[in-house]
Design a protein around this ligand. Structure first.
Ligand code: NDP
Length: 281
């Protein structure tokens, strides 16, 4: 048995799990689809019921894999998808959402994000999102890859303050958001969704991460995720298409890290001392 997954509260009052599942690179090949469906279902079984996808991933086939996995279990899932910036016009957003709904095999997306900023004015995209909300096609809307100044600009447009999340690159080796973006989001009650939370596997070879994890009989991935789960208003969405690695990642909630080890992690992965531009993958 694991500790419960902590909940993060959206501005609407809706609670979602702070540990979910990413699906980038799923749907790329037909032969891997069965394993991907199995792993998504395993994540749901383990309570990692927030599933993140996008129209971009595998040209929509990630959404199809997610649709297959959640068929018959839609009510268990908090479904997140994203619109390409070049589709995020008044009409384009509505049309992209319809296509995503079809691929996902559902009549609503719980959280619909603008994948990154593009040429369409924020006010137009926000109005399109609000319309989708009133039509019941989406529950909430949010943004992705928005830095602090982008969030300020968003909050200045009509209904921009209804933004329910900002999904950004954040992990031990990318702590830039801690300087101003994370505090800003915490102050404004906007959850921060941490993408690439284990840096696509690259940080797992770090000697200090391995050393500290071992002291808890944990894995480096579990410690990297525990670091994010320790932060208020942060949701980590590790991707895995392996049932065993999803089970491993779920165990991140069970770690209780001492102050001494947090300090050691800070030494290995220093927090930012000045504002740097938000990084993107
Ligand atoms: P992650 O940091 O989640 O790493 C995923 C990689 O790590 C995969 O190759 C996976 O392989 C492997 N992995 C997962 N768990 C373990 C483990 N316990 N031990 C060893 N390896 C492991 O990277 P992502 O870039 O996929 O980010 C997560 C999600 O965030 C994406 O899938 C996507 O949903 C979202 N995202 C959003 C972006 C945006 O612009 N909004 C940009 C990038 C990501 P395997 O599957 O074989 O287990």
């Amino acid at each position: 048995m694991h500790e419960d997954i902590p909940a993060v509260t959206l501005p609407s009052g809706k609670e979602v799990p702070a540990l979910g599942l990413g699906t980038w690179n799923m749907g790329e090949t037909r032969s891997s689809a069965d394993d991907e469906v199995k792993s998504i279902r395993k994540a749901l079984d383990l309570g990692m019921t927030l599933v993140d996808t996008a129209e971009m991933y595998a040209d929509g086939r990630s959404e199809e894999v997610v649709g297959t996995a959640i068929a018959g279990r839609r009510d268990e899932v908090f479904l997140v998808s994203k619109v390409y910036p070049w589709n995020a016009s008044a009409r384009g957003t509505a049309e992209a959402c319809e296509r995503s709904l079809t691929r996902l095999g559902t009549d609503h997306i719980d959280l619909y994000l603008l994948h990154w900023r593009g040429e369409h004015p924020l006010a137009e995209t926000v109005a399109a999102f609000e319309r989708l909300k009133s039509d019941g096609k989406i529950g909430n809307w949010g943004v992705s890859n928005f830095d602090t100044d982008d969030m300020e600009e968003l909050f200045a447009v009509p209904e921009g303050k209804n933004c329910a999340a900002n999904e950004v690159l954040y992990n031990l080796s990318r702590r830039g958001p801690e300087f101003s973006l994370l505090p800003w989001c915490q102050q404004h009650g906007v959850p921060l969704m941490a993408y690439s939370p284990i840096e696509q596997g690259r940080i797992l070879k770090n000697h200090e991460l391995i050393r500290i994890a071992k002291a808890y009989q944990a894995t480096p991935a579990q410690l990297a995720l525990a670091f994010l789960l320790d932060r208020d208003g942060v949701i980590a969405i590790p991707k895995s298409a392996s049932v065993s690695r999803i089970t491993e990642n779920r165990g991140a909630t069970d770690l209780e890290i001492t102050e001494e080890d947090w300090t050691a992690l800070d030494a290995a992965f220093p927090p930012p001392t000045r504002k740097t531009a938000l990084e993107m993958l």
